[in-house]
Design a protein around this ligand. Structure first.
Ligand code: ADE
Length: 252
């Protein structure tokens, strides 16, 4: 996948996205991340990139020309690739959007600053306005990196065998069960016996139950969503309902 990012701070990407799993995937050529400095396209003699908003008010708006020219040179055919603009006004990012984005050959991210970008750029070029949550950050770089990270880990070959994400399964969409590693007793606390039993069937059952328990406690909305999914059969939903009743009665 090719990911082009229009930003005023390209070094942020080279630093953070040059490390760990994403850094290795870039080295292997599985993904290409190109941070492009918006300022380099400015035709202003002082390389200015912002301007006053029409109608007055506080704050500045990123100038049209450098963004427009960068987008033009990147995407010869305007309709050929998704252009994602990061904004608190956008649709809230989630795993489903990450899955959709991960199937694209090429993505362009536009990172705003100050009061954002001119509406005409959004109307003409942007295919997706995305927010990473209900809070306001100083710019679109961190949101872009969050999205790029979650999208790239879904691309085949990016995660190693040991890091691989779970196959789409009926309990995918729940919070994760707790993890433990050696030693079996640490600071007086022991690992649950079942995890030392070597019985994988029982271990999987324990993990499913623990996932359900923590999801009921912290994110009951996710349980409701499971029952709304049409890729889960009625039979699986009945099994899940039975398990939920068992867990809730144990807790009372
Ligand atoms: N820019 C500033 N805050 C943002 C947010 N929460 N999501 C996406 N882009 C942003």
């Amino acid at each position: 996948m090719i990911i082009n990012v229009l930003t005023l701070f390209p070094e942020m990407f080279n630093n953070i996205m040059g490390e760990s799993i994403i850094g290795r995937a870039r080295e292997k050529g599985i993904i290409e991340i190109n941070p492009i400095n918006i300022r380099d396209s400015s035709k202003n003699k002082h390389k200015k990139v912002d301007d006053y908003p029409y109608g007055g008010g506080s704050g500045m708006v990123l100038m049209n020309q450098p963004i427009f020219d960068s987008l033009h040179s990147l995407t010869k055919d305007k309709d050929s690739c998704r252009v994602v603009y990061l904004t608190p006004k956008g649709k809230t990012f989630n795993q489903k959007i990450a899955n959709t984005f991960s199937k694209e050959k090429e993505l362009v991210f536009v990172c705003g600053h100050y009061e954002g970008i001119d509406q005409r750029i959004i109307d003409k070029w942007v295919t997706d306005e995305i927010s990473i949550g209900d809070y306001v950050l100083t710019g679109g770089e961190l949101p872009a990196m969050v999205i790029i990270d979650s999208v790239c880990r879904l691309i085949p070959g990016v995660l190693g065998k040991d890091e691989s994400f779970e196959d789409e399964s009926f309990y995918n969409g729940l919070l994760e069960y707790p993890h433990y590693t050696r030693p079996a007793t640490y600071d007086g606390e022991s690992v649950p016996d079942i995890l030392l039993s070597g019985n994988h069937k029982l271990i999987n059952e324990w993990r499913t139950r623990e996932s359900l328990k923590i999801t009921i406690e912290r994110r009951p909305d996710l349980i409701v969503k499971l029952f709304q999914r049409d890729d889960i059969s009625m039979k699986e939903k009945t099994k899940l309902k039975k398990l939920l009743v068992e867990i809730v009665s144990e807790e009372i």
